[in-house]
Design a protein around this ligand. Sequence first.
Ligand code: ADP
Ligand code: MG
Length: 691
Amino acid sequence: MAIHLSTPVSGLPGNGDKAAADFASIGIKTVRDLLWYVPFRYDDFSRREMIAKVPFNIPVTIDAIVKSIKLRPGKGRMTIIDAVIEDESGELKVIWFNQPYLVKTLPVGSRHSFAGLVDYRFGKTLSNPIHEPMGRNVNTGRIVPVYSLTGSLTMRKLRESMQRSLSVVDTLPDWLPQEIVLSEKLPTLSHALLNVHFPNSHEELNRAIDRLKFDELFLHQMLFDEVRRDRKIKNATPIAIDEQALKTFVDSLPFQLTKAQKLAAWEIVQDLSKPVPMNRLLEGDVGSGKTVVAAIAAHTVSKSPLLTKEGARGRSLVAYLAPTEILAAQQERSFFKSLKDSRVALLTRSRQMLNGEVCKKTDVIDALSNGEVDCLIGTHAILQDGIDLSRLALVVVDEQHRFGVEQRHALLERDPNHAPHLLSMTATPIPRSLALTIYGDLELSILDELPKGRKPIGTAIVPEQHREDMWKHVRSEISSGRQVFVVCPLIDPSDALGSRSVMDVEKMLKKILTGVRIGVLHGKLKSDEKQKRNEDFRDGKIDVLVSTTVVEVGVDVPNATVMVIMSAERFGLAQLHQLRGRVGRSDMQSYCYLLPDDASPISSQRLQAVVDSQNGFELAEKDLQLRGAGNVFGNAQSGFPDFKFATTADVPLMKLSRDWAMKLLEDASFFEAHPLVRERIEEALEQIHLE
Ligand code: ADP
Ligand code: MG
């Protein structure tokens, strides 16, 4: 059957309804979507050897004939397959665990390629190799892609589907201007995608990755340019500085601001007083106290009349955009408490509030239209049509890297003449020079100190034999009234034998921590259940919260003192650091325990880095060193979740993309000559996924 880019994945051979549903659950509906589902790492089985020359403990592929194959029972319910394979040079023992069907798949006399490692655990043996008919070259004999899996999807099936899909990759239009492709000697888009999935060599892989990184960075520059040009010609409402009111507000806080917070707040207030739109990034490690700085800005603005050329239009509106519903609800509470004489509203898909009371969505929408809200907190649900943001004077974007340029654009560019001030906040440590390269003209405030009295978080890698003691410690913390986070990875790549899910861990903890109140929180719960679970944890009605990384951003429960991270090697360093930042938010001693499933030398090294450093900047650097460019993709790990491929290390490519963007945009007819670029930008701008 002929396939094309828009063929549904269910139309690929071997994919039934179940597979289609599993693909859909990770956002893949068509062949085109599948092509963009990139591996998270590779296994290099490109080295082929004769049996006599097979190296020890190095990945190889062996083409051989099955000489004998037998099934025998192992310990418990385990089954073992013992086989011998041979080629002209000799024989080799092969062993497989729990794959009894192989006796049928690999009959004596059949020829196959076997890929894996030879070790000496059971005498010189190839253990658990991958196999396929000789000459197939999809799962063996090459650099093999390893994808994240979910549901019933198997690696084999995914690779097969991918191979099929790649047969039409050439029909994907290449949007990047030819002049760039030619002068930078980049591979074409289809060539790059082909090599990202099934690389011919490491060199080709790196070239492919560079091309895809360049695409992201170039598109980003194009989008930024749209925003940049717009903002240059627009004016903003100047907010008069009322020092007395500012002081009163700061004095009303339950703590003293750090020096860094004071400085940042002052820089922001000064920007706000100007008639040009503020564009400031507030950067601070987890727990450095960014929220209160934003609250000061919000307080200043929400009391100020909105002056325009046409005269006053009532009080100004502040919008605070949070990346998750949980975070939005948390910030609503914190703003409602601290901004005493402002009218605060919450708007997310599943929950709406006005002045501290739960209400209907239409109530919030009406209140906004009637000018009865001073501070609107929400997720990107606030970007829906029909929501009156005409009084918007300040936009605060929390954890800004969670939002695409597109969403920022949608909030900022509503009015052709007027733009709100923008305060973005991030815990991603970006050096100043890099920030300028990525974000263009922007001011930076950095919170480089933690509030007084914070103790370093005791961090340890906990091997299997020490887990019992660790859970004892967890129990003792609970007995003294503290709370505990337990985080599990979201998707279980199938190659992880012991990867833990939230449900597994909950079950296990019910046994280990009898009598303790355990709650679960993950993406599949309904929104209001999530909300409830989160509130219960915040209010101390749950002792242990077992969750996916939904707690990663921003959640603030100062009474929690222990963070346990299951399958810790599955997370990026930046993410581990963020997760750890959920504890140590008071002056109580806190702990972070990293529980790896598999301790490969590289993952041990990465986890050790988290033990050794509590500094986000240092860890980001370390992450890059250990990872080496191009080995791992994935939003959560790149440090720039706008991007799938580009990372903080790609400064030269960022500069290159910026230079090209600036050069090409000098030509007023650029877009006329490059309709595909225009199309790509429009597409990106439209991708405002409503929750
Ligand atoms: P983040 O920068 O990670 O967003 P938050 O703004 O959530 O950090 O602040 C972390 C915690 O520290 C909160 O509980 C907040 O109330 C508290 N906090 C913020 N500033 C100070 C301060 N100057 N002194 C003491 N506690 C503070
Ligand atoms: Mg925060």
